[in-house]
Every structure is written in C-alpha cells, then in structure tokens.
Design a protein around this ligand. Structure first.
Ligand code: URA
Length: 239
C-alpha cells in the first residue's frame, strides 16, 4: 500500500496533511528517511517509524458507536446523515461499515468495522448472537406477552421468531406505557417493533444495549464512539 495511505490510516493526518509529516523527514522506512507519499510499502514486512517510533499497522478497525436517533446505519445516503459521518476523518479512511442495522430512530450500540469476516459471523443466523434492547412500549406489557415472546412470535410476513426473553422494567398504568428489555437472536428488519405489533402494542423508543457479550459503554455520549477493547473483540470472535 502507499505510505501516505498507511500513515493516514494510522492517524497521522489525512492523505493530504501527512505530506507535511513526510516533508519533515520524520518518517523512515527500514531505517531510511522517506519523503514520498506514493512509496509502496508492505506493512507486514517493512519497518516504518515516525519520529523514531515504530508503527504497528493494524489491518482492521473495530469501533463501538453510541448511535443517536436521526442517522442511518449505512455507509452512504443521499438524504440523511450516516453513522460514518460521525467518525473522525482518519477513522473514515479505514472504510468501516456498520455490523447490521439499527433503524434511523433507534439508539444504542452499533459496532463498526472493516473486517468482513467478523461482520459476517456476527450476522450469520447460525451463530445466534444475542441482541438485547430496552424499549418504551405503548400498552401494558403483561405475563401473556412474556409467554408469547418465549414461545416464539410470528411476524406479519409469517416469519417465526426464536424464543425471546421479555422482561418488564416498569409499568405506568395511568399512561398505559411500559418499559421493557427484550433479548432476540435474529436480526430481521424492524424485528422488535414488529414483534410488539404482533401482540397489539407499539414501540415508541428503542435502544440496543448489547450484542453478544459486548455491552454499550454508557460513558459514551450519543454520537460518540471508541475502539473495542481487546476483551470485547475476543468475546465477539469466540462467540
Ligand atoms: N428492531 C427494530 O425494530 N429496530 C431496530 O433498529 C432494531 C431491532
């Protein structure tokens, strides 16, 4: 790959501004000063350093985003802001994409990566990675709903969901609203909303709390993100 792309990928600026880093003669390839951004390097074999510090190139990036409402889970969109627009330019330059989708009005945990294999494994229906959501529901959720979710809800298109764990957090009898947690194993389009429609209720707010063992880091404000820790990443690759 080009040296300027590698430097930009590793956070030393944009493809344009790394020119200045190169001009400053601070970059060495195998011990020799290199000023040409177009120089081809092999991150696996070449020893690349900036200001004497070796660069450990990472092929893949893995981020946890606290997705806010109003942005779409896509890499490009002609109308709406995307989750990629929330990333810093140097992180965007790694070409990450969202692992699965959250609706535009859903908040919470979204994993972004450029590792196609990990994304494929996490989304594979065979792997049954649990996804836990918190939701506000219009209607009073009761024991019968819990039983129906446990037996497997049938969606409007005839799809039979696997058993889902529904837990009631609180009920407001006067307003006829409930706050619940639900854990599902698949990732059908609008699945949680459609599961509640199947029991004649509607979702007014939805937030994803976890995916597999990875919990949303509540210290991240809406729209903020951070790299996955090694433990989080290991839990996903071994799930
Ligand atoms: N289920 C939904 O209905 N929406 C989401 O965004 C995620 C799960």
């Amino acid at each position: 790959m080009r040296l300027d792309k590698l430097l930009a990928n590793m956070g030393f600026g944009t493809r344009k501004t790394v020119k200045d880093v190169l001009k400053s003669k601070e970059v060495t390839v195998n011990g020799l000063v290199e000023k040409e951004g177009k120089k081809q390097v092999n991150p696996e074999k070449d020893a690349i350093a900036v200001s004497g510090e070796a660069i450990q190139y990472q092929e893949f990036v893995y981020f946890m985003l606290h997705k806010p409402q109003g942005v779409v889970s896509a890499t490009t969109d002609n109308v709406h802001k995307t989750v990629i627009d929330l990333l810093q330019p140097q992180d965007q330059s790694r070409d990450p994409f969202p692992v699965g989708r959250l609706d535009k009005d859903t908040e919470g945990l979204l994993i972004l990566t450029n590792d196609g294999t990990l994304a494929h494994n996490l989304l594979s229906p065979k792997k049954h990675v649990d996804k836990c959501y918190q939701a506000s529901i219009e209607g009073i959720v009761d024991e019968q709903d819990i039983q129906e979710f446990a037996s497997g809800i049938t969606l409007d298109d005839g799809f039979n969901c696997q058993s889902a764990k529904l837990e009631i957090e609180s009920i407001d009898v006067e307003k006829e609203q409930s706050v619940i947690r639900v854990t599902i194993h698949e990732g059908k389009f609008h699945q949680v909303k459609r599961m509640f429609e199947a029991v004649d209720k509607s979702v007014s707010y939805l937030k994803r709390l976890s995916m597999g063992e990875v919990q949303l880091d509540e210290t991240l404000k809406l729209g903020e993100y951070r790299p996955l820790t090694k433990a989080e990443l290991d839990s996903l690759t071994h799930s």
